[in-house]
Ligand binder design. Structure first.
Ligand code: GTP
Ligand code: MG
Length: 458
């Protein structure tokens, strides 16, 4: 996942909060220090970090948790709310016919983002056209033309033309029937006067609905200067942060662009055209913090072969605490698709998981392998044993092991896992909020983090 080390350390802190017997001034101070360290490591600006820590400490020591909420959860909620403030505004790029202009420095990911955006709008059923207004870099024309072919979208460019304004004027005319027109512009080393005046002129010619600033996440907090200069010059309406994969500085980039008060619409998470996520600060943060992101979870389920009905059936079985070995087998089988388990676990609210229900990477990686072994073992169980695993005693274990050619320890490990899972699920069953939220999500309702964080939350 993006911002991996941020996520790992913040979850570690939250786990420690959850495990503390009570929240005293010393705990608050410690937590605040840890959060500062984590933010600085993610390249968040020092001043911003200190401010956040101060507010955090003040709120944590002065405010009282609402009735029904334990002080540990309340502290987590304060942390969530304060971190959210530095993530910026929440806003979505509208799905409608429009003209989009992409701006930014050299190699930040403008052209790639143009391709990703094309894919995004095409998927939503809109026709897309790309306009090659990067007249400076020699290969730029070809790169965009190739991209349009690959994506099967319209393209306008003029290979030898050196005036981007001309290209844009003609391009917009040529593509007038196309619903979403995306103008790819040239990058420069730095925001010199020349670039600024070129962009200004282009902006006039394009008259875009959106001016999207494309920014490489590895810039970290330095991104702030660029964002401010460009914003003053041409009026940015939104931001795409590319290359969030593989950098620890994403936190810096995010908080820095948040300062221009324009929303981050997307984050780029890889070189491929499908590697772009809609950025929603609340969902993003709650996923990082391990507070759960059920919308994403449902999206993953959609992307896999699991139907919503199936997912709902599986979930209610899980939540009922009444499931048997056969159900467990089905669940393992459905979710043991490569990569899917990891995504699901990243989306689950870890702080609502009972202690001991921690699922780590190695467990996930061996899930498929284990499934094979379990299948063999279950194949030599009787119907009764699968339906009522409690009847499985020592002599049955030895019979099952003999029947499938595995040793008794394997059978016992399967049973242990089943019991642990059942116990965990039973504990989760008691979590009314989680249950309510899951149900609402499956029905397409709009329950959010508020429910995880407590009644009448943030
Ligand atoms: N890992 C990763 N690489 C990306 C991402 N977005 C773009 N890239 C890579 O970054 C490099 C530059 O991307 P471009 O889209 O050509 O950047 P540009 O802003 O159009 O560059 P110029 O036109 O030269 O100014 C390419 O190698 C891309 O594959 C991303 O989200 N993740
Ligand atoms: Mg380019």
């Amino acid at each position: 996942m993006v911002l991996d080390s941020f996520a790992t350390s913040i979850r570690e802190t939250l786990r420690r909060i959850a495990g503390s017997s009570h929240i005293d001034p010393e705990t608050i101070k410690e937590v605040s220090k840890e959060i500062q360290r984590i933010l600085l490591k993610a390249d968040v600006n020092v001043k911003l970090t200190l401010e956040l820590a101060r507010t955090l400490e003040k709120r944590a020591s002065e405010e009282k948790p609402p009735s029904g909420m334990v002080e540990q959860d309340f502290l987590v909620r304060i942390i969530y709310e304060e971190l959210l403030k530095i993530m910026g505004e929440e806003s979505k790029l509208e799905i409608k016919p429009q003209t989009i202009m992409l701006v930014g420095l050299y190699g930040q990911g403008k052209t790639t983002s143009a391709g990703k955006l094309s894919k995004f709008f095409t998927k939503k059923g809109l026709s897309v056209g790309l306009i090659a207004a990067d007249v400076h870099r020699v290969a730029a024309y070809n790169q965009l033309e190739q991209l349009s072919k690959q994506l099967n979208v319209s393209f306008y460019g003029k290979e030898k033309e050196k005036d981007p304004v001309k290209v844009v004027r003609e391009g917009l005319k040529e593509l007038s029937q196309i619903q979403v027109k995306i103008v790819d512009t040239s990058g420069r080393d730095s925001l010199d006067d020349e670039l600024i005046s070129e962009i200004k002129e282009l902006r006039k010619a394009v008259n875009p609905d959106e001016v999207l600033f494309v920014l490489d996440a590895t810039m970290g907090q330095q991104a702030g200067n660029q964002a401010r200069t460009l914003n003053d010059a041409v009026g940015i309406t939104g931001v795409i942060i590319s290359k969030m994969d593989g950098t620890g500085k994403g936190g810096g980039a995010l908080s820095a662009v948040a300062s221009i008060r324009q929303p981050v619409y997307f984050i780029g998470t890889g070189e491929h055209l499908e590697d772009m996520e809609i950025f929603n600060p609340k969902r993003f943060l709650s996923r990082l913090m391990g507070l759960g992101d059920l919308e994403s979870l449902m999206q993953f389920a959609e992307e896999s072969d699991i139907s919503p009905e199936e997912a709902e059936k599986t979930m209610s079985k899980l939540m009922s605490g009444k499931f048997n070995l056969k159900d467990m087998y089905e669940i393992w089988e459905k979710f043991a698709q490569p990569g899917l388990m990891r995504k699901i676990v990243d989306s689950l609210p870890i702080n609502k998981m009972p202690a001991g229900a921690k699922i780590d990477g190695s467990v996930l990686d061996s899930a498929e392998e284990k499934l094979k072994v379990y299948r063999t073992i279950m194949d030599s169980m009787t119907f009764t044993e699968l339906e009522e695993p409690d009847v499985i005693n020592a002599s049955r274990i030895s019979r099952i092991a003999r029947g499938c050619g595995r040793n008794e320890a394997d059978v016992r490990s399967l049973l242990r896992e089943y019991k642990a899972m059942k116990k965990n699920m039973k504990a989760m069953q008691g979590n009314r909020n989680l249950k309510k939220m899951l149900k609402a999500q499956f029905r397409g309702g709009d329950f959010g983090l508020e429910n995880v964080l407590g009644e009448g939350g943030s």
